[in-house]
Write a protein that binds this ligand. Structure first.
Ligand code: SF4
Length: 593
């Protein structure tokens, strides 16, 4: 089967480790990736301090990771987030997950705290905890280069933190192979709190399949259908940046800290402009022929990207229309280890505070809309927690609590997490989705298309959110890239042939619902309340330019009704607490379809 059957626990406090069999009792119900990671976190650390030794970092693969299935690069990291206090999963492409599987492990669980900076070297032959004093204080790019040099091995792959993680910024990410990230929720700071600079994985373990012949046959047709898909061909040319134009045309492009849904200067940051100005070349994660990734090379800069979300926040969100400047800001974040979504939204929030004169001393920064150089200085100051940067270093929620003066109304986060690249003023469905999710990320559901179609009605929002989130949860267990355009009906037979598990489209939806319930219970236990399932005040005060609310101001009572309908479909009570048996929900949702 495409699991390795092994896992490893490492305790950094005493430097011990133990290998175990993968917990098979969890595989049918939670599969891998997000589901398995959540089940393990719930079991191991139901109520950890995010920066406590007991909070584990769970690097967990899915049964598809590292296999011959298209986009099998993807892998997952699970922990409790210091940014929100919620259960957190991050998904990443690149090569780290496949390398962890080649090292022989389905998951790696790191607990404890080292007394001094260390890194982990894990292969199919050995496990070492090594001194990282000479790496501490360095950026992700240099750390990666030095570790590859120190451990040439077979094909080493590296997860590392930069100075943001070392300084415990709650916006810190973990860089994978320099240019990919476990981005959201501040898990780079969890790694920093353990004095863990990096994890190097390498190996040569062969991946096997439960039914080789059947798998080969199903996978051949699957690959063909993925690559023949017209949407995939379009994505290959445009990358995720295609959403800049579509966001502008459909009026959901976050602009000027979500004050607007369109950006007059948007042509400066489109996919077409990026291809020309940055000399884009198509590239990809491990085993992916979709090749949505782009490699930028100009004037001595070499960087992957930028991606849409990064551009929406470091670009239009701050009214910066020069794609090269946006890419330089992206490069700064990737090297220092800052999540570009949280950092970008926090920067646009700071620009609005600057405009409104809410802080007296800006440490010499002219943080005006459109000032790219000031933005780049500000990003560095946030990481160093220096001058005015110290106020914003942990994201928009904490900054607004320090600043006060009504700034909470335009600190664009849901329960501490800066929301992702769709302005809810232009797409109410996304507004509901980010409000009821385990955390407010685009990886929970991307549903901008909903409000573009004439068949979709406002009363369809709750069922669409529930159904969509269940499906994405299931995909995040396998783990497969969101950009594969085939559904659970095609993924279930592939999963069964690879693993010997017994799943159908319906049972995968049940897995998605089960994980949502688990996450909800975890978050309620750790401080979230149903009253936190709400958008920032800005979205209840300003007239929507498009979508269902076009020309109107969103009524909070009506929004809460939509949230209550989501609860009801899920079998949660009016306080958002799961009550029903999740198994029934998957069936009910599918009957509705
Ligand atoms: S589609 Fe893009 S993000 Fe997904 S695996 Fe392929 S290159 Fe990576």
């Amino acid at each position: 089967m495409s699991y390795t059957g092994k896992c490893i626990y490492i305790n950094l406090t005493d430097g011990t480790h133990r290998m175990e069999q993968t917990d098979k009792s969890l595989l049918q119900d939670y599969i891998g990736g997000k589901g398995l990671g959540f089940a393990l976190l719930d079991k191991l650390a139901p109520n950890p301090n995010p920066f406590g030794a007991e909070n584990p970092l769970i690097f967990v693969n899915g049964p598809f990771t590292g296999t011959k299935i298209q986009t099998s690069a993807r892998s997952t990291l699970v922990s409790r987030s210091p940014l929100t206090g919620s259960i957190q999963d991050c998904h990443c492409g690149g090569n780290f997950g496949p390398a962890l599987k080649r090292a022989g492990y389905d998951y790696l669980i790191i607990t404890g705290k080292s007394a001094k900076p260390v890194y982990i070297y894990l292969t199919d032959e050995k496990i070492e905890i090594l001194d990282a004093m000479n790496l501490w204080g360095k950026g992700i790019f240099q750390t990666n280069d030095e570790l590859v040099k120190a451990h040439p091995g077979k094909n080493p792959r590296i997860a590392a933190i930069g100075q943001a993680g070392e300084n415990l910024s709650k916006m810190a990410c973990i860089g994978i192979d320099k240019h990919r990230q476990f981005g959201r929720g501040g898990l780079g700071a969890v790694m920093g709190s353990k004095n863990l600079k990096a994890v190097v994985v390498d190996g040569n373990t062969e991946i096997k399949y439960f039914d080789e012949e059947k798998f080969k046959k199903i996978n051949l047709q699957f690959s063909k259908d993925v690559l023949d898909n017209e949407g995939v061909k379009f994505r290959r040319v445009k990358g995720t940046m295609k959403c800049v134009r579509s966001g502008q045309e459909n009026e959901f492009l976050p602009t000027k800290n979500f004050q607007k849904c369109t950006y007059d200067e948007f042509e400066g940051i489109t996919s077409e402009t990026a291809r020309k100005e940055l000399n884009w070349e198509d590239t990809s994660c491990y085993n992916c022929a979709i090749r949505c990734s782009k490699w930028a090379r100009w004037d001595g800069h070499e960087i992957e990207g930028p991606e849409y979300e990064t551009t929406a926040f470091l670009g239009s969100g701050c009214e910066i229309s020069d794609i090269k400047e946006v890419t330089i800001s992206n490069e700064i974040c990737n090297d220092l280890g800052l999540d570009t979504i949280s950092a970008g939204v926090t920067c646009s929030f700071a620009m609005e505070c600057f405009e409104k004169g809410l802080i007296e001393d800006w440490s010499g920064l002219e943080l005006k809309w459109g000032n790219a150089k000031a933005q780049q200085e500000f990003l560095k100051m946030m990481v160093k927690k220096e001058g005015v940067g110290a106020i914003f270093a942990d994201g928009s929620r904490i900054a607004s609590q320090k600043i006060g003066k009504g700034s909470e109304e335009f600190a664009i986060n849901v329960f501490g997490m800066e929301i992702s690249g769709v302005n809810p003023l232009g797409c109410l469905t996304m507004g509901v989705s980010v409000s009821v999710s385990d955390f407010a990320s685009h990886t929970r559901l991307w549903c901008t298309e909903a409000e573009m179609g004439s068949d979709f009605k406002i009363e369809d929002i709750p069922i669409a959110v529930v159904d969509g989130q269940n499906e994405i949860n299931a995909r995040n267990c396998l783990v497969i890239c969101d950009f594969v355009p085939l559904g659970l009906d095609r993924l279930a037979p592939l999963l069964n042939a690879a693993t010997g598990l017994n799943h159908t489209e319906n049972s995968l939806r049940e897995v998605g619902a089960r994980i949502t319930d688990l996450a909800r219970r975890y978050n309620l236990r750790n401080g979230r309340k149903f009253t936190d399932d709400i958008l920032p005040e800005r979205f209840f005060r300003e007239v929507a330019p498009s979508g269902f609310m076009k020309g109107k101001v969103l009524d909070k009572e009506f929004f809460n009704e939509l949230v209550q309908k989501v609860y009801a479909i899920r079998g949660w009570d009016e306080k958002g607490e799961p009550k029903k048996n999740y198994e029934n929900m998957g069936i009910k949702i599918n009957e509705k379809k």
